[in-house]
Design a protein around this ligand. Structure first.
Ligand SMILES: Cc1cc2nc3c(=O)[nH]c(=O)nc-3n(C[C@H](O)[C@H](O)[C@H](O)COP(=O)(O)OP(=O)(O)OC[C@H]3O[C@@H](n4cnc5c(N)ncnc54)[C@H](O)[C@@H]3O)c2cc1C
Ligand code: FES
Length: 369
């Protein structure tokens, strides 16, 4: 992760209300993977204070020049300000952030895009094509005018769907996925799904995949404040077995990108040096005894002959003796006048909660209007 300066090369409306932004980035900007995003300062003005997260639609290198491309919709204050940034405007961004798509070498990717969620999937499709990998691309939007980037999808099998039937399949992309799955000879062993789009679509695709045991990666685009793990404002819970009250019964965590060398446990063989281990944990209370917490930990690693699961049990201690420990290192919180604020990754004061007012600046020189 890096904070880098960037400048607008092009910022034009390509479909109604949707813009394509090309930003020149310095050589220090690491080469991103499809599925990663940047946290962008959308204007040189103080307002809006918070950056906005945007997936990368592409990354381009020509000689020593590097550029990233973003396809974005104008939905509110931040994106409206971004749409007004002219060619040559200097901005800055943090990135690349997040975890990119991780296609398995042995499965055919079935890509499911909804509306402007196509952005990271176009980047992904270009990479698959460069690697000469076959793929299926299912792209749905409200109408043909919103099918951005169709001509860029080459090297794979493309199917289009529109809500108004102006082109391709008349309806949502989900029935098209069902039809592709049933008639395309796919199985959970030879195919997997990658999706991005409106949350309703992501839920439907995830449920479709879960019901059939298909591996599925969904790129979520929920609101974010810091984007670097400091504010805890963005976690997305996985609902597994929620009861009628809507409470979450199980927490599922997936850990990737562990850096070796590591061993499976302190006394055993090393994990594979390719660092492709995936560790998933299911954490839940025992149904019969709520004082027992279970953690089912499954490790998938190329040095293991199969996924390996262990169950850890933790028993609640009643009336524990608490030991006080102070951990101030790396704490981004700042307390002013009884209010909690935060320091952003680039060293600016930012709100810690939605709608929070700035601190009273009466003792400071105010900028001239
Ligand atoms: C990792 C990631 C990648 C993203 N990639 C893209 C992208 O490639 N292209 C793109 O157009 N947008 C993308 N988004 C969403 C984008 O960040 C928001 O649209 C943007 O922050 C809105 O800012 P705003 O100030 O214009 O709108 P606001 O004034 O903040 O919000 C306007 C309206 O949109 C709603 N809203 C705000 N953010 C989101 C969101 N993330 N999801 C759903 N509704 C929201 C608000 O509730 C409100 O109703 C991404 C978000 C994330 C987290
Ligand atoms: S936005 Fe995710 S922790 Fe701050």
């Amino acid at each position: 992760m890096n904070l880098v300066a960037c400048s607008v090369v092009e910022n034009r409306e390509v479909t109604p209300g949707n813009f394509l932004l090309t930003l020149k980035v310095p050589r220090g900007f690491s080469r991103p993977s499809p599925g990663q995003f940047v946290h962008l300062r959308v204007s040189p003005e103080v307002e809006p204070l918070l950056r906005r997260p945007y997936s990368l639609e592409g990354f381009f290198e020509r000689g020593s020049i590097r550029a990233v491309r973003i396809y974005y919709s104008v939905v509110g204050r931040g994106s409206k300000a971004l749409a007004a940034q002219p060619k040559g405007q200097r901005l800055d961004l943090i990135g690349p952030l997040g975890v990119g798509f991780a296609p398995s070498p042995r499965r055919v990717p079935i890509v499911v895009a909804g509306g402007r969620g196509v952005a990271p999937l176009l980047f992904f499709a270009r990479k698959l094509r460069a690697k000469k990998r076959p793929f299926v691309f299912l792209f749905g939007a409200k109408s043909s005018r919103e099918l951005y980037g169709v001509r860029e999808i080459r090297g794979g099998r493309l199917h289009l769907a529109t809500d108004d039937g102006s082109i391709g399949f008349h309806g949502s992309v989900l029935p098209m996925l069902r039809r592709e799955w049933e008639s395309g000879g796919h199985t959970p062993l030879n195919a997997e799904i990658f999706t991005c789009g409106p949350h309703g679509l992501l839920h439907e695709v995830a449920e479709f995949a879960a019901a059939r045991g298909i591996r599925c990666e969904a790129s979520l685009e929920g609101p974010m404040a810091c984007a670097v793990g400091a504010c805890r404002g963005c976690p997305v819970p996985l609902r597994t077995g929620a009861d009628a009250s809507g409470r979450y019964q199980t927490l599922e965590v997936e850990t990737r990108l562990l850096k070796g060398p590591r061993t499976f446990d302190p006394a055993s063989a090393p994990l594979h040096p390719d660092n492709e281990s995936v560790v998933t944990e299911r954490i839940y209370l025992d149904k019969a005894d709520p004082n027992i917490l279970h953690d089912d930990i499954t490790t998938v690693d190329h040095s293991l002959t199969r996924p390996w699961t262990v169950n850890k049990r933790y028993v609640r201690v009643n009336n524990p003796i608490w030991v006080e420990a102070s951990c101030a290192e790396g704490n981004p919180h700042v307390r002013i006048d009884g209010q909690n604020y935060m320091m952003s990754a680039d060293g600016h004061l930012m709100p810690a909660k939605k709608g929070q007012k700035p601190p009273d600046l009466k003792y400071f020189n105010q900028p001239q209007k």
